[in-house]
Design a protein around this ligand. Structure first.
Ligand code: NDP
Length: 396
């Protein structure tokens, strides 16, 4: 049965909202959730913008295996206010200039990079040099060379790099992957994804998203990446060829350097097709559907912070997936805590982030060439299938 989408008003503010959206179910017992497991991993959160303030810091209160250990910010006043709110001493506040001294801070094991995309690579490399593990927000970086530099730095430092693909730790998406693997839909034919929101140049959080140099690709890099990633994890294979087309009003002041609507197609070796779109001038949407020879499966919304839903259409009296909602940010940070403690495999390592960047760049290349077919090289194969690896934990 499709679950009622709760808190719709809040959720529809979606990706941009500077609101603490309590993930249903996970909030059950805040007092109990404050108790950390022995060996809980200390996180330094870098960049105190909408995602950090609205989702990550609140989620770190509830994680069992991870806790907030430091804040890194260019805004001392904001950092002081948040440190007081989250019970951190002022000695646990770093600026971008003093960041490298985290090397001497034994309370920090993980650096969580929540900065504009163009800053991911440098801060990842600096964190590795300081001997820390890195959880880095998506998209991994802006260029393929940056992604490769990040992966190499992690290997050189013998530290873990995980890309924060929260949907790979989110129950609706993991359940959907399990349904795909069981073959419930029959032979996969098509995965279709629609990702977008309305952007606003008066919002500083959108200003860098609308800047090609800082975002690496507007809506495609910011939100299209969820559709590309979902298509790949639902089909459990990698595209060999892509095409893309753009529709951008260059008179709109938002779209001076980035494209607005990009629609893409991806061809997979099995014969399945992926198609999707990303757009920065539409109401907030993060949905996908997978169509097989026998049934289709719809997730709409499929990738919001909360209130995602999943239903199967087409069979007679099919039981519908029953998915218990949980805090995907908490689940992801708990998972990475266990990765660095050697208790869980790294399901979304740097190579996974690089693969999406390869595809994004190929789509951009196709757009620039009027929709010409672009081959995807690289031979990437994911090391772990989230469907069988990421247990939907109840500890968050
Ligand atoms: P915001 O713009 O809201 O926050 C970014 C923060 O980075 C700023 O508040 C600021 O923090 C710091 N910063 C440092 N230098 C700059 C600069 N030159 N311009 C702007 N900010 C700067 O972005 P979000 O929080 O929405 O996104 C941050 C990252 O998280 C991005 O990579 C984005 O793609 C990703 N993201 C992922 C989501 C997910 O669901 N996984 C959802 C939303 C975003 P300070 O003032 O502390 O220095």
């Amino acid at each position: 049965m499709e679950r009622e989408v709760t808190r719709r008003g809040v959720i529809e503010l979606g990706m941009g909202a500077a609101l603490a959206i309590p993930a249903a179910g996970a909030m059950a017992d805040a007092a109990q959730a404050q108790q950390k497991s022995p060996g809980s991993v200390g996180y330094a959160v870098v960049g105190l913008g909408k995602l950090s303030i609205g989702q990550i810091l609140p989620a770190l209160k509830r994680t069992k295996n991870a806790h907030l250990a430091a804040l890194v910010s260019g805004s001392p006043e904001k950092a002081k206010r948040l440190a007081a709110e989250y019970g951190l001493p002022e000695t646990a506040i770093y600026s971008y200039d003093t960041f490298d001294s985290i090397a001497k801070d034994p309370n920090i094991q993980v650096v969580y990079i929540v900065l504009p995309n163009s800053m991911h690579a440098d801060f990842t490399v600096r964190a590795f040099k300081a001997g820390k593990h890195v959880l880095c927000e998506k998209p991994m970086a802006v260029t393929l060379a940056e992604c490769e530099r990040m992966i190499a730095a992690g290997k050189a430092a013998n530290r873990q790099l995980m890309i924060a693909y929260r949907c790979q730790y989110e129950p609706v998406n993991v359940t959907a992957m399990q349904i795909m693997r069981k073959g419930t839909l029959g032979t996969p034919r098509l995965v279709s994804a629609v990702m977008g929101k309305q952007t606003d140049l008066s919002d500083p959080s959108d200003v860098w998203r609308l800047d090609m140099a800082m975002s690496g690709g507007g809506a495609l890099a910011d939100m299209g990446i969820y559709g590309i990633n979902a298509t790949r994890y639902l089909l459990l294979e990698e595209p060999v060829e892509v095409r893309g087309w753009a529709r951008t009003d260059r008179n709109d002041p938002r779209f001076k350097t980035v494209d607005d609507l990009i629609a893409w197609q991806m061809r997979f070796p099995s014969g399945a097709i992926g198609e999707g779109s990303s757009c920065f001038s539409q109401p907030g949407t993060m949905s996908w559907q997978a169509i097989g020879s026998d049934r289709r499966m719809v997730a709409d919304p499929g990738c919001f912070y909360g209130g995602n839903s999943l239903r199967i259409v087409g069979g007679k009296n099919d039981p519908q997936p029953q998915v218990k909602e949980m805090d995907q940010f908490g689940n992801e940070m708990n998972w990475f805590a266990d990765v660095v403690r050697g208790k869980s495999p790294n399901v979304s390592p740097g190579e996974e982030g690089l693969q999406d960047m390869r595809i994004i760049h190929a789509i951009q290349q196709s757009v620039a060439n009027g929709g010409a077919s672009v081959k995807i090289a690289g031979g990437y194969r994911r090391a772990y299938d989230p469907a069988t690896t990421v247990g939907i934990r109840t500890s968050v």
